[in-house]
Write a protein that binds this ligand. Structure first.
Ligand code: PHE
Length: 357
């Protein structure tokens, strides 16, 4: 048995001495490979008597198992050491600056919205807000849309699934529900604008499924169309920083105003860019009118005592016109190059004292 003890000590010493995976594999082949020292011992069993084979065979198997275990343990240790060495050499310095850092900028829609708020604030309007997810009452019913009227569908409304109580919430199709919320929560005189996001199933060069509006509402005694026209013309001249803005008021129909009008701004679209104050095109930028008596009544205001006007403007479209962007869809494509080109400095917030843009 001494030969086995010596061989075991020898193999274990070689395993311990192996400095890398290649050396360890050479030890494995020399001991357990086809012609290895331990494999060779197993081959001598055939020439032995059954009793001798039983005893000797068991001893050789024990030796083989011990050698295999030592090889496995050493392999795991060498692999762990190799991984540690790799982790130590492959460092990543997260504090290094990124190769390309674009400066953030204010989106043209937000810039336009800020400019509009600055102008209307100067004209004495307060800012009101309402939720993007509305109910049928605020978006339609209180605004004098008759039940089941096709105008509800004409708004290309995004409806949510019908709830258990039969109610169907929706994404507001305009900021006009904020008129209703304001009249229900405060007494006249009222002078507010309501900026916010609105949604309709529509997409082309001048429509996107999500867009922005600024609603206006004035309720007081003796309000008439003249006040409305003056307010809009004063706003547009201030916004476009020009007296040469030409507008056209077209008679229109909205269920919530009577009479109603749509306003277009004259522009030129010929050179792939949009320019105001010239050209033969018109871009519709707002709807307006005198608040319908039914809307006043739905909001608890006596139409014989109070009158008012309202308007709703497309913010993104006003931005397109002012800053010469030809396609509304680009505004929401999140293209860094577009934003770098059309974006505004966050330090130049528009205000009445230092200017708009
Ligand atoms: N809510 C209308 C629209 O989105 C615009 C509008 C607002 C018209 C207020 C008249 C008065 O088309």
């Amino acid at each position: 048995m001494t030969d086995l003890t010596t061989l075991e000590a020898d193999v274990l010493a070689q395993v311990a001495a192996a400095g890398d995976l290649a050396a360890l594999d050479a030890v494995r082949v020399a001991a357990l490979g086809k012609t290895g020292s331990i494999s060779g011992l197993l081959k001598t069993l055939g020439a032995m008597s059954p009793d001798e084979r039983k005893e000797r065979g068991a001893a050789i198997n024990v030796l083989r198992d011990r050698a295999q275990t030592a090889l496995n343990d050493k392999k795991a240790a060498l692999e762990a050491a190799a991984l540690d060495a790799r982790l130590a050499s492959e460092t990543l310095d997260l504090t290094l600056p990124a190769p390309y850092r674009r400066k953030g900028s204010v989106h043209p829609t937000m810039q336009t919205m800020d400019e509009m708020v600055a102008i209307f604030a100067e004209m004495g309007f307060a800012v009101a807000e309402g939720p993007d997810i509305e109910d049928d009452f605020h978006n339609f019913t209180a605004l004098n849309f008759p039940p089941k009227h096709p105008a509800r569908e004409m708004h290309d409304t995004f409806f949510f699934n019908t709830k258990e109580d039969g109610e169907r919430m929706l994404l507001r199709t305009h900021t006009s529900p904020v008129q209703v919320r304001t009249m229900l929560s405060q007494k006249p005189p009222i002078r507010i604008i309501a900026p916010g996001r609105t949604y309709r199933m529509d997409s082309d060069a001048t429509h996107t499924p999500m867009f922005h509006q600024v609603e206006g509402l004035v309720i007081d005694k003796g309000i008439h169309m003249g006040h409305l026209k003056w307010t809009l013309e004063t706003f547009l001249a201030r916004f476009f920083e020009s007296d040469t803005v030409t507008t056209q008021f077209r008679p229109h129909h909205f269920p919530f105003t009577e009479p109603s009008a749509e306003t277009d701004v004259q522009c030129d679209r010929s050179g792939g860019e949009i320019k105001i104050g010239q050209g033969t095109s018109w871009l519709e930028i707002l709807g307006c009118g005198m608040v319908h008596p039914n809307v006043l009544r739905a909001c608890g205001i006596d139409p014989d005592e109070y009158q008012g006007f309202a308007f709703g403007m497309g913010v993104d479209r006003l931005g397109m016109l002012k800053y010469g962007m030809p396609d509304l869809r680009d505004m929401f494509a999140s293209d860094g190059r577009w934003l770098a080109h059309y974006g505004f400095s966050a330090f130049a917030a528009p205000n009445a004292a230092s200017g708009l843009s």
